[in-house]
Design a protein around this ligand. Sequence first.
Ligand SMILES: C[C@](O)(CO)[C@H](O)COP(=O)(O)OP(=O)(O)OC[C@H]1O[C@@H](n2ccc(N)nc2=O)[C@H](O)[C@@H]1O
Ligand SMILES: Nc1ncnc2c1ncn2[C@@H]1O[C@H](COP(=O)(O)OP(=O)(O)OP(=O)(O)O)[C@@H](O)[C@H]1O
Length: 283
Amino acid sequence: MNPAWTWGSAYPAPAKLNLFLHVVGRRADGYHLLQTLFRFVDYGDTLHFAPREDGQVRLLNPLPGVPEESDLTVRAARLLQQAANCTRGADIRLEKRLPMGGGLGGGSSDAATVLLALNHLWQLGLSRERLQALGLTLGADVPVFIFGRTAFAEGVGEALQAVPATPAWYLVLQPPVAVPTVDIFRAPELKRDTPAMAAADWRPGLGGNDLEPVACARFPEVARHLAWLQRFGRARMSGSGACVFAEFPDQAGAEAALAQLPPDMQGWVAPGLDSHPLYGLLP
Ligand SMILES: C[C@](O)(CO)[C@H](O)COP(=O)(O)OP(=O)(O)OC[C@H]1O[C@@H](n2ccc(N)nc2=O)[C@H](O)[C@@H]1O
Ligand SMILES: Nc1ncnc2c1ncn2[C@@H]1O[C@H](COP(=O)(O)OP(=O)(O)OP(=O)(O)O)[C@@H](O)[C@H]1O
């Protein structure tokens, strides 16, 4: 038990970036087989928890447009109660910073933080593997946040191998659009046959994002933000968009680029993380 994380703590839910994302095939159920590199960055949502003795799970501040019952934080907490036969409850407060439909895994990260934090606070003792499997039922991006390390991912994103991360800073731009993941994967023009690579062959800088041309064609704001960012080198879209990012060797370079951002664009700078801030909650 880690004494540093208590009911009163602020629990981070960091963003992820997909440093590359290839679609290498399709499963019989329609889900796409991917290869991708997940990296966490030091920017994200924050969650607060308080115990409830009546066994209920409540989100005190639901997001506009997302009913409490379908919020991924509430769904994650109820799933955990069920899986562990737990009769304790919790109030959840969500400080949202990550854009919805942003490709930064915001909702997935919130769900993973709920699973990690309440497993700890309710003293349930579920293993990392068990929480990853539970998380996968909520969304393809949830397991990596529980896995907790920079990862080469395959399958729909659930087959994870830790890879070393080089220190880097990122400038992330948030186009003012929400991209529905399902629309991008459904697009007839999506390239679905990029040859698979061996995890050991991946090097920083290798690979593109196969979802990027589809999102750029359908959401001109994504294309416009990507085009602006290209002036600083290789810029990429994360996940299914809308956010785009560029990597810099140090903070000064990333901040200098951010300082040039036109007034009609929004962005932020953050360092890459070596591991999820809650990684140490589990053995
Ligand atoms: C694009 C990524 O963000 C890359 O990290 C993820 O693969 C998306 O993960 P996610 O947002 O958790 O997506 P989910 O909520 O699991 O899926 C949303 C919808 O996208 C489609 N989908 C998703 C993931 C995948 N590998 N193939 C798909 O075809 C499915 O139609 C699914 O119903
Ligand atoms: N706690 C939550 N935070 C954000 N979105 C949520 C949450 N709970 C449910 N949702 C729903 O999930 C949808 C996707 O949100 P999310 O922020 O995970 O998208 P995303 O950043 O595009 O993710 P990805 O990188 O996985 O494509 C939202 O449009 C919203 O309707």
